[in-house]
Design a binder for this molecule. Structure first.
Ligand code: UDP
Length: 310
């Protein structure tokens, strides 16, 4: 296939490019580099099957030649990024999704959008199944991301229903691994870098809120299977292993051997209290489930941050 990936220099986009190239596909990567980092794809620069174009996908995308698949992964993705870039976040989820869907339609390409567990907001149903409609504050500071993803999903389904585009929607739950930015503010790089430098681990709130962390290799496998599947409804991809943020802090301290203290800071507005994917659909329709246990994946991530420096 000839495949276009938006957000190609980001954490997930760059891993996707690697996987697609490994499967023998030709890949065009797009990124405007506002939160992506060219270092994530510099190892692909000599690869004749890979092409990088610096482009903002909220602008018209001109691409010559055929296209078989388009994966729309461009977006600021950590709470501090989308709080700093609220309008870009809304634009890439709304206008960027429209532009990429238009390109997929024109080329007859299948389309996969990176959606998020954030479409469920602060969920009142637990664990979250795909048929749960969510509990989102549209005007809160997180709303710029949540509503962008919700609009992106709506637009994707409209192109599927009205124009017959073969669309896929992946709802990504908290994912971690190499190539996350050390300072992107998310809990995994925050706690690991704090632990490695002997600084206090900053738990927001009382640490009783839960998350379920998925290693990036598992997530990419699920996304690749979804891309090749005949599923058009949204599909959760994540690891159902749920824990509190307090337990997660203890795990990071144990694996790094750090003597860092724990401090408590204010909980961000609209921070979801619980989050855990129900992955029945992914299991039944894609034959997928995560394989990498948390401690093994975290060991890879810790080594990455040690080697990358920060
Ligand atoms: N969190 C924390 N300390 C940090 C960063 C995050 O306690 O330094 C908490 C955050 O409030 C949330 C959870 O960890 O409850 C996961 O946050 P993250 O930003 O990684 O992603 P989210 O799941 O909120 O999108």
């Amino acid at each position: 296939m000839r495949v276009l990936v938006t957000g190609a220099a980001g954490f997930l986009g760059s891993h996707l490019c690697d996987r697609l190239l490994k499967e023998g596909h030709d890949v065009i990567g797009l990124d405007n580099l506002i939160t992506g980092n060219i270092r994530n794809i510099e190892h692909l620069s000599g690869n004749s099957r890979f092409q990088f174009i610096k482009h903002d996908v909220t602008e018209y995308i001109f691409l010559s030649g055929p296209l078989d698949a388009l994966l729309h992964f461009a977006s600021p993705a950590s709470p501090i990024d989308y709080l700093e870039l609220p309008i870009q976040t809304l634009k890439v989820g709304a206008i960027g999704t429209h532009k990429t869907l238009g390109l997929a339609r024109e080329k007859g390409a299948r389309f996969l959008i990176a959606s998020s567990s954030e479409v469920y907001g602060d969920p009142l149903v637990h664990p979250q199944q795909e048929d749960y409609w969510g509990n989102v504050n549209p005007i809160g500071p997180r709303g710029v991301y949540d509503e962008a993803k919700r609009f992106g999903e709506a637009m994707t389904m409209a192109y599927h229903r009205s124009h017959g585009v073969d669309t896929k929607i992946v709802r990504i739950f908290n994912t971690y691994g190499p190539r996350m930015r050390a300072r992107d503010g998310r809990v995994v790089p925050a706690f690991i870098t704090q632990a490695l430098t002997g600084k206090p681990l900053t738990i927001f709130g009382d640490g009783k809120q839960t998350r379920s962390f998925c290693f990036v290799a598992d997530l990419i496998e699920g996304i690749y299977r979804l891309l090749l599947s005949d599923l058009n409804e949204p599909c959760n991809i994540g690891n159902p292993h749920e824990m509190t943020i307090g337990q997660f802090a203890e795990t990071v301290l144990k694996l790094t051997g750090s003597k860092s203290e724990i401090t408590y800071e204010a909980l961000p507005t609209d921070d979801p209290q619980v989050r855990q994917p129900d992955i029945t659909r992914a299991k039944e329709r894609l034959g997928w489930e995560p394989k990498v246990p948390l401690e093994e994946g975290l060991t890879h991530a810790i080594r990455y941050f040690q080697e990358a420096g920060f």
